[in-house]
Design a protein around this ligand. Sequence first.
Ligand code: HXC
Length: 261
Amino acid sequence: SSQTYEYLKVSTPRTGVALIELNRPKALNALFTPLITELNACAKQLDKDSSIGAIVLTGSPKAFAAGADIKEMAPKTFGDVYGNDFIESWNDLTLTKKPIISAVNGYALGGGCELAMMADIVYCSASANFGQPEIKLGVIPGAGGSQRLTKGIGKSRAMEMILTGDNLSGTKAGEWGLAAKVFEDAEKCVEGALDTAEKIAGYSRLAVKAAKEVVNKSQDLGIREGVEFERRVFHGLFGSQDQKIGMKAFAEKKKAEWTHE
Ligand code: HXC
C-alpha cells in the first residue's frame, strides 16, 4: 500500500500478502473511530488491489487491541450513540471479500476480541488474552461479540465469558475452536499467519473469493439453502479459466498457473 496511515502500519511481507498492524501503542491499540475508519479504508483498498490475495491483521506482542476506547466512550449519551450509530461502521471489515487472518497476541478484549472474530481465520499465541469485559463497565458487547463468540465456542461458554467478564487464554481459545491454531509466541504467530495467507494467495483468486463467500453463508442460512447456494457458486466456477487451468494442471502433473479469470 502506498498510502500512509496514522494508526496502521501496512506492508507486503510475502508475495500476495498484505500485513496490517494496528499501531496505537500508547493505548494498547484501543479502538476508536479514526482507527476503524483507516482500517476500513485500508481493507477496501486491498480488496481492489489485484496483487493482493490475502490479508493478515495483527496488533503488537502486548496487545492485539485492548477494546474500544473507554475514555472516548465514557461521556457519550444514548442520543450520541444511537443517533450516530456508534460502532456500526466497525463491522464493515466483514464486507472485505479477500480472506483476513487475525494474528492475536496479548490482549484482545471487548471490541478487540470482536475485531479478531470479524476475521475469517483466527490464530493466536498461547499467552493471548481474549475476553468480553464489557459487563464490568456496565455495558455489553457491541461489535458482534454476543453473536460471533456464541457461534464460535457455543452458548454456555460464551454466556459464561460475557456474564463474568473473565478472560480466555490463547491455549483455551485453541481448545475451544475460537482460534484455528495456537503458537508459542507472538513472532511465530504472525509468521504462521503469513504462511497461511501466502498459501491462500497462491490459489485462484476467484476460487478463494467463492470459498469465503459460501462458508460465510453458512452463518446466515439453513443447511438446505446453504448447500443449494454452495452448489450454484460451484457451478459458476466452471465458467472460469482457473477451473480449466487447475484441473488440466492436475492431469498433466504440473503446477497451475492461475490467470484469476
Ligand atoms: C482506553 C485504554 C484501554 C481502553 C488500555 N488503555 N485499554 N484506554 N480504552 N480500552 C490505556 C490505559 O488507560 C493506559 O493509558 C495504557 O493504555 C496502558 O494500559 P495499562 O492499563 O496501564 O496497562 P496494563 O496495566 O498492562 O493493563 C492492561 C489491561 C488494561 C488489562 C488490558 O489496560 C485494561 O483492563 N484495559 C481495558 C480493557 C477493557 O475493559 N476493554 C473493553 C473495553 S469496552 P495511560 O494513559 O494510563 O498510560 C469495549 C466495548 C466494545 O471494548 C463494544 C463495541 C466495540
